[in-house]
Write a protein that binds this ligand. Sequence first.
Ligand code: GLU
Length: 471
Amino acid sequence: MGQAGSMFDHVNAYFDRGTVGGRWPAGLLDVIKACNSVYRFAFPFKRRDGRFETITAWRVEHSHHKMPTKGGVRVAPFVDEDEVKGLAALMTYKCAIVDVPYGGAKGAIQIDPRGYDLDELERITRRYTHELIKKNFIGPGIDVPAPDYGSGEREMAWMVDTYLAHHPGALDGLASVTGKPIAEGGLRGRREATGRGLYFALREACGVTEDMQALGLTPGLDGKRLIVQGLGNVGYHAALFCHEAGARIVAIVEQDGVIAHPDGLDPAAVAVHRREHGSIRDFPGATTLAEPAAGLELECDVLIPAAVENVLTADNAPRIKARVILEGANGPTTPDAETVFRARRTLVIPDIYANAGGVTVSYFEWLKNLSHVRFGRLEKRLEEADEARFVRALESLTGQRLSDEDRRQLVHGADEQDIVNSGLEETMVVAYHAMREAYRQAPELGDLRAAAFRMAIDKIARAYLELGVYP
Ligand code: GLU
């Protein structure tokens, strides 16, 4: 995917911007930047028709300063080692920013999943997991994979099943993989988590009156014109939650075309159209453009790149109209493009914060798997009994009876989904304002991304000093 230079170099260039002002010794910064373990392997694969293939795959653990390490598994034909290293490094900084206690990791299988049938994909995923087990690159306290571009709940189910087959009786075995189907130890809300986190991020950014005025925008998400690039799990849910909050999705950009409508598109209806027709093109009432690249440059307030890296480059950055860029994908903006955005005072809400909702809820899933109890199970009824007592007291004080609907609203103990969403919202809100404050305190950093890197570096550097690894 790295058409515009080295992904790992890009991440390190951003890292270096976060170190402006020189608060930590250079040796320690190099320790943080280095990839701790890089495991590249190739395994033979026999296709259904009897042909043999060699499959190349990776797992990179970027930082062991906190264990386990954590990150998704990318399944794509164009992935390479440099990209996996860059993505693993981003995971380290992402986890630090949202206080999720992991080091960063990333895995990859270099195939085009569309070229394999279901049975072949299952055998490849299980063999990949087997190779990780052989070299101790997976485990609840070692390294915990999750979905990424090209993988999802189905692949996580195969992975955890393979892990459990090799670890019979392991009480913590389910915590070896996150992003699993609910029936396989998954968590309600994990599927939507990255998109929901993006929505919280944008809501917080748009809620700061002074920042919106500086961009020439009105405060609030309501009525904002959004372009979403990539209608995968992340882009779809981000679009859906922003649409529900009153934003207008004025264009959706996909690999095979762009649809646009000035009054806004309903993401759920677009998804149905795509399921039925195999493409978003020709969505009723919308204008269809053939050229995906042109879609990014349409008139809008907010652009959400939510597919792959390096889509905003020195070439197209000057033509981007958005005043806010919300990075749903990892690494969508090259350093050259960022220089352009900085000069134009475009607000870039950086990936290492903006898309951290996924790993945050993965953390909740891991906690649930370790504790073997669904969130809310113990206290839901207790909360409801308390609330019912409060309602009864209110009714006897006022002498009025609440309607059944009002009573239902007031007497509702938190279930798993409520608790997960609340934990995600708290995480995204607190981290946004911490990042904004870090930038306010050090405007010489130039933008929110550098401030986010500074926050991450400070936390990791302190962790190393506490560990005594350095000097
Ligand atoms: N692949 C996702 C990311 O890049 C999620 C990782 C996880 O949940 O561990 O953040």
